[in-house]
Design a protein around this ligand. Structure first.
Ligand SMILES: Nc1ncnc2c1ncn2[C@@H]1O[C@H](COP(=O)(O)OP(=O)(O)OP(=O)(O)O)[C@@H](O)[C@H]1O
Length: 268
């Protein structure tokens, strides 16, 4: 894979997809999303931040094509092709009876490719997440963080144009979560990939992303967007800086603003 040399600054990136005026209604009356409009550009690291039930996962499922909008449309630049999308869920969802390598093979296997056909791609993806020595291990032999890395490798193995991550680190302890946040940014720096990342955490959204899309609930929609004006690479020094604290305050205010639209209360 030959990634572009750099990710251009915000405002100078090529468009990847447009979600325009999307509504999603379940069972005729549960309005999960109302008039959601979002442009995703190549190289964006977008966090979808919002209260429980505001439609973050629904938005990801619509973008992934797993579900269709009730109205509105989602259009990929140049059309969406097989392998354009990698998805990482909150649970690693690995097959316990299969080795790491066989788990990472899955997206290619579903397209009829044999393990030997794509061994190089699998080795590359495992190398990207630092697990090249664990190809023959089984999930039960891995820590929670390592299982999540396998899940990320499986999402990368088709070299997707877009990676969707639905609260991938929420179930992990704080230290592992910080480590995986750092590793994810390193990965993004290597691959120059585009990421949409769902999180409840203001701190995580500020550390990772360059755009925070704040969503409001009932009905789910975009409430505001916070641009994270901080250069990459972002290190532990950034995490403890006054600038980071200030950005977290801004994102937190935007989140409170979204929740106050409905008189909801959140804890600090
Ligand atoms: N398949 C479904 N059938 C019916 N209602 C659904 C379905 N999927 C989601 N919903 C409803 O749509 C709304 C948005 O749900 P969604 O899971 O997208 O929110 P979320 O922001 O990801 O929540 P959380 O942060 O708790 O995961 C909720 O009211 C939910 O109950």
């Amino acid at each position: 894979m030959t990634p572009p040399l750099t990710i251009p600054p915000l405002g100078q990136r090529d468009r990847l997809l447009d979600m325009s005026h999307v509504d999603k209604v379940f069972n005729g009356d549960v309005v999960a999303l109302k008039d959601m409009t979002l442009t995703v550009n190549q190289g964006d690291f977008i966090s979808l931040l919002g209260p429980s039930g505001c439609g973050k996962s629904t938005a990801l499922r619509l973008i992934s094509g797993l579900m269709r909008p009730t109205s509105g449309q989602i259009l990929w630049e140049g059309g969406m092709r097989k392998g354009d999308l990698g998805v990482v869920f909150q649970e690693p969802t690995l097959m316990p009876w299969a080795t790491v390598e066989q788990n990472v093979w899955l997206p290619h296997r579903l397209r009829g490719k044999s393990l030997s056909d794509v061994r190089d791609e699998i080795t590359w993806a495992l190398k990207m997440v630092g697990l090249e020595k664990f190809q023959r291990s089984y999930p039960r032999e891995l820590s929670g963080g390592m299982k999540m890395r396998v899940s990320i490798a499986r999402a990368l193995v088709t070299e997707p144009r877009l990676i969707l991550m639905d609260e991938p680190f929420a179930a992990l302890d704080e230290i592992t979560r910080h480590k995986l946040n750092n590793d994810l940014l390193e990965l993004r720096d290597k691959l120059k990939c585009t990421v949409i990342f769902v999180t409840h955490s203001v701190f995580e959204s500020v550390f990772l992303s360059d755009r925070i899309v704040v969503m409001a609930a009932r009905p789910g929609r975009v409430s505001s967007e916070v641009t994270v004006e901080a250069p990459y690479p972002r290190t532990e020094a950034f995490r403890t800086s006054a600038h980071y604290a200030d950005l977290c305050r801004r994102a937190s205010e935007a989140l409170h603003g979204a929740m106050n639209q409905h008189g909801e209360r959140i804890s600090a």
